[in-house]
Design a protein. Structure first.
Length: 317
């Protein structure tokens, strides 16, 4: 697997062959910091995908391509201050998500999951081809707004990577609070669980569905935008992000609120851990084998006690 270009994160030789017992701490600290950075990125992507999958039952195979859109938005808006570019990326993600849901998906829900999956597959192709037509295949880059490193337990680590992961996780914490503690979250879950009943209580179910997809898309765009200084940005970069993100959602049990965040942590630990001790290509193969094995053993997701977006449907005997 060729994941996002976040390396070099770890000093593999130092981890495997420390020169002394005192050197053991440094590669361990570097490993923890690298997992934290990857976790923030994957969690933001996975929660947006889990929101769309758990609420709308849409397998959004264009989710990674929407992160690619966010990265290219940061390239296009380079003269603009970085925080303002992030805000514009979120707005662009909301608009893109609303247009896709209203213009495409809303016409396909009644035809089942396969129809929406194929529609999003086609959407991903359109996004990639459009990006290649505009920017070409040459990798683009975005300068980090914060340069320099900070020393943590003897390890110098880039400040921006820590800031990016921290901001991502704070955003997720706020969204989870909205889902748990606000009437908006309650209305959102009610709209998806039983649209007819929700509409009877005066809840605008159509707007809730559109808003759900728009927010999930905006999170993907935001993840790509925040990660852009650490990515080699090409039209294909989103493809490499899709599989780990889907595995994170499945590992956390589809339909759960906190599950994608937990799944993102497992994916981050596996990804960084394997890249620490194995060559890049071998690490990618083992990474996918390990995740496929986990999914095969627990196809409905591990039995973690996460709150669900909506109640599981019981089988009728």
């Amino acid at each position: 697997m060729k994941g996002p270009s976040l390396s070099p994160w770890l000093c593999r030789s130092a981890f495997l062959f420390p020169s002394s017992s005192g050197d053991l701490m440094e590669p361990f600290v570097l490993f923890v910091l690298s997992v934290f950075t990857a976790f923030g990125f994957y969690a933001l992507l996975a929660w947006g995908l889990g929101l769309i999958f758990g609420q709308l039952n849409v397998v959004n195979v264009a989710h990674g391509d929407m992160a690619m859109v966010g990265a290219y938005l940061m390239v296009v808006l380079t003269p603009v201050a970085f925080p303002l570019r992030l805000l514009l990326a979120v707005i662009g993600g909301l608009v893109l998500g609303a247009l896709i849901e209203r213009g495409l998906l809303s016409r396909l829900y009644e035809h089942g999951m396969l129809a929406t999956l194929l529609a999003m597959w086609g959407t991903g192709i359109v996004l990639r081809q459009t990006a290649e037509a505009i920017f070409g295949p040459t990798p683009a880059s975005v300068p980090a707004p914060i340069t320099g490193t900070v020393e943590i337990l003897g390890v110098d680590y880039p400040i921006f990577r820590l800031v990016s992961a921290t901001v991502s996780l704070l955003i997720l914490a706020g969204l989870v609070l909205v889902m748990y503690r606000t009437s908006l979250g309650l209305r959102l879950r009610a709209s998806i669980d039983n649209r007819a009943m929700a509409a009877g209580f005066g809840i605008p179910t159509g707007a809730m569905v559109t808003g759900t997809f728009a927010v999930g898309t905006a999170l993907a765009v935001l993840a790509g935008a925040m990660q852009s200084p650490m990515l080699g940005i090409t039209p294909q970069v989103g493809v490499s992000l899709l599989a780990p993100t889907f595995f994170a959602v499945l590992l956390g049990r589809p339909g759960s609120i906190g599950g994608p965040i937990f799944g993102a942590f497992v994916v981050a630990v596996l990804d960084i851990g394997l890249r620490t001790v194995l060559p890049e290509t071998v690490a990618g193969v083992v990474f996918f084998v390990a995740l496929i094995a986990l999914i095969a053993l627990q196809p409905q997701g591990p039995n973690w006690r996460f709150t669900l977006w909506k109640p599981l449907q019981r089988r009728v005997a």
